[in-house]
Design a protein around this ligand. Sequence first.
Ligand code: MRU
Length: 373
Amino acid sequence: MNVTLGGKKKHFRTVSFRPDSNRVALIDQRLLPHTFSLLETENFRQTALAIRNMTTRGAGAIGATAAYGLAQGSRAFRGKSLECFELHVQKVFQVLADARPTAVDPVNAMRQVLAAMAPGTTVAEKQELALRAAEVFADEDVEHCRAIGQWGAELIRDGMTILTHCNAGWLAFVDIGSATAPIYEAQSQGKQFHVLCDETRPRSQGAILTAWELAQQGIPHHIIPDNAAGHYMQRGKIQMVITGADRVLARTGAAANKIGTFTKAVLAKYHGIPFYIAIPLSTIDWETADGMDIPIEERSEEEVLCAWGRPQVKGKKGTGSSEKSIQVRVANPSSHALNPGFDVTPAELITGFITPLGIIKPTELMRKLKGRS
Ligand code: MRU
C-alpha cells in the first residue's frame, strides 16, 4: 500500500522482517491516523506483546507477525542441541499463539513455518528454513489478497454503496487487505462507487484505520455510527456488505469477526442485501465443528467506558493537533462494562466467501478448499 508522507508516496508492508538485526518491523497502528511510524521488536516476547497490545492487528497481519516471531525466536537460539532447540521453538510458538485467541491465522501461519523447518537436520538449517517460510507466508498473504481483489471486484457495480465493518484492509494484512481488496481492484478498473465504514466501537478500527486507508487511496467514503447501518439499509442506501473474518469454520461456514458483524448480517438478510466475507486461506479453521466453540476474546472494560483521541485544534475543524492522544471517561463513573471482541455469524446469513480461489458458498468451503492451502 502506498502511504503519502510529506507529499511523497511510499510503499509499505504492514509487517516485515529485518534479518540483520533479527527484528520484526511493524506499522504502529495504535498511533494512526494521526502519526505514521514503524516499531521494531527485538525478540519474540516483544513480538507477542505487539500482537497483544494491538500495535499490529487484523487476522493476516498477526498471522505474518507470528510467523516472523517464530523465525525470530528460532534464530535467537544459541547452541547445537536439536532437542533443546525443539523445546525452545515450542515455547516460542505457545507465547505467540497465546497473544490473541480468536484469529486462527497466527496458529496456521506458525504451523506452516514448523512444517517447513521439519526437514532441517541442524539448528542452523532449521533457523534458515524458519525465516524462509515466514517470508513465504507473508508473500502468500499478499498474493491471496490480490486474488481476492480480482474475484471480488466482479461483484462491484457502478453506483453501488458498500458497507464494511472494522478494518479488514491492508493494515489487517501484509498488504492490500481482504474486504478492501475488491474495493481497490474495482477502483483501478475505473468503477464509481461509495463506501460506508462502520465506526466499530469500542476501538473504532473503522473510523480510525479503514477511513484512513480509504482516504490514502482516494476512495469516496463516509464513516457511519455502528447503529446506523439498519437505517441506511431500510432506505435502499446500501447494496452490498463486505467484511473480513478472523476465523471461518470449513465444516459449517460460520465466521468469527469483529463484534457487530453478526448484527449487520442479520440486517442484511432482513433487507435482502448480499453479505460477503473476504478471506485468505490462512483464516480457515479446518477442525472446529461448532461456531459456539470459537474462543471469543474478552477485552478490557476500559475500551467501552472511555474514548481516546487527540484534542481538536481550535479553528482547524477536522484536524488533530500534534499532541499525544488523551483518554476521556465517557460512561457513568460507577458502572462496569462487558467487552467481547468478536461475534460469530452463522453460515445461513453469509451469501458467499470471497477467497483467492473464487467466490464460494459457506457450505462448500471444505469440499472446494481442503488440501489447497
Ligand atoms: O481486534 P482486531 O482489530 O484485530 O480485529 C480484527 C479485525 O479487524 C476484524 O475482525 C476484521 O474484520 C478481520 S481481520 C482481517
